[in-house]
Ligand binder design. Structure first.
Ligand code: 6GU
Length: 225
């Protein structure tokens, strides 16, 4: 899968994909992440990519030309399967959205800053608008990093143990059960004895009960359907 990112501040994304699972996915050639600086398509030698908004009001708007020229040039190599604009007024990102994006071949994520991007780019190019939650970030880059991490880790072949993505919180609308490692007792708190029985069936039943219990207590909304 190829994920390309168009950003006015690409430096913000220097490190998030260079460690751990995202690093391994790229080393294995399963995931390619390409950063593009929008400045490359600035309208003048001052590097301008934003301008005042029509109608007045505070905050600059990212202009049409740099974005359109960038997207057009990147699509000379072939069309993107999705062109995603990350924005607080987009659809809230959920696990099922990560699942379906992980099946695409090549996507572009546009990160906005300032007051956003000219609406005509959204009308003409953008195929999905995604928010990562009901709060406002100063730019789309960290939201893009969240989406790429969530998508990248479930591309087939990325995780070592293929089943481990299936037992994540949310994959079955349940939160994950608690986990324990050594020692068997820590500050007077023992590991639940069932985990030490070596009986995989009992362990499985216990984990399902715990997952359901946790979900009822913390996120009853997930159990509605
Ligand atoms: Cl995608 N962008 C920004 N700037 N803020 C957000 C967001 C995105 N999702 C939640 N807040």
């Amino acid at each position: 899968m190829i994920i390309e990112i168009l950003s006015a501040v690409p430096e913000l994304l220097n490190s998030p994909f260079e460690h751990s699972i995202m690093k391994r996915a790229q080393e294995r050639g399963i995931l390619t992440i390409k950063m593009h600086s929008l400045r490359k398509w600035a309208i003048n030698k001052h590097g301008q990519i934003d301008d005042y908004q029509y109608g007045g009001g505070a905050g600059m708007v990212m202009m049409c030309e740099p974005l359109a020229n960038a997207i057009d040039e990147l699509q000379l190599e072939g069309k993107f399967d999705e062109i995603i604009f990350v924005t607080p007024d987009g659809k809230t990102f959920e696990q099922k959205d990560a699942n379906s994006l992980s099946l695409k071949n090549r996507i572009l994520i546009i990160c906005g800053h300032y007051k956003g991007i000219d609406q005509r780019i959204r009308d003409l190019y953008v195929t999905q608008e995604i928010s990562i939650g009901d709060y406002v970030l100063s730019g789309g880059e960290l939201a893009a990093a969240v989406i790429i991490d969530a998508v990248g880790r479930i591309i087939p072949g990325v995780l070592n143990d293929e089943t481990s993505a299936l037992t994540d919180s949310f994959q079955d609308n349940l939160l994950a059960p608690p986990v324990y490692s050594r020692p068997a007792e820590f500050r007077g708190i023992p590991v639940p004895p069932v985990l030490l029985t070596g009986d995989p069936k009992k362990v499985d039943i216990w984990r399902q009960e715990q997952a359901l219990d946790r979900t009822k207590k913390r996120r009853p909304d997930l159990l509605k359907d």
